[in-house]
Unconditional design. Structure first.
Length: 131
């Protein structure tokens, strides 16, 4: 009888201890996550025999513009002025973009940037980058 009583008491003691045990939350020790925008806006510009479409766009700083060559010939989108591309010197693939290919550039400078097709300078466009 003593054994059964001791067994019942032991079960109650261990059961109570288990109920009071605090479970560790590994995430509780981590610093809080701050919500910051991570998405980068993307804009496509189609290059055809008729030029750039759209030829004028407004984007936010940090946005990516992808020039997609849907013309039958190579194109070379680059910053004005022709032929030096010095208004926004990084905005220049430094080579032609073949028919069916694309080239992307991230605009990290605020301003209004004129550009042209280096191989057909009469094709022009403007990209306005805002904060």
């Amino acid at each position: 009888m003593k054994f059964k009583l001791l067994l019942v008491l032991a079960v109650l003691v261990f059961g109570a201890a288990a109920c009071n045990k605090k479970t560790e939350n590994p995430a509780a020790s981590l610093p809080p996550i701050k919500a910051t925008p991570t998405e980068v806006a993307q804009q496509e510009v189609i290059v055809s025999e008729n030029g750039f479409s759209p030829s004028e766009i407004t984007i936010k700083k940090g946005s990516v513009v992808t020039f997609i060559n849907k013309s039958s010939k190579a194109v070379w989108p680059a910053s004005d002025p022709h032929p030096t591309h010095t208004d926004y010197s990084g905005f220049d693939p430094k080579k032609a973009v073949e028919s069916g290919a694309s080239w992307s550039f991230t605009f990290d400078q605020i301003g209004e940037w004129g550009y042209h097709d280096h191989l057909s300078p009469f094709r022009k466009g403007t990209i306005k980058v805002t904060d």
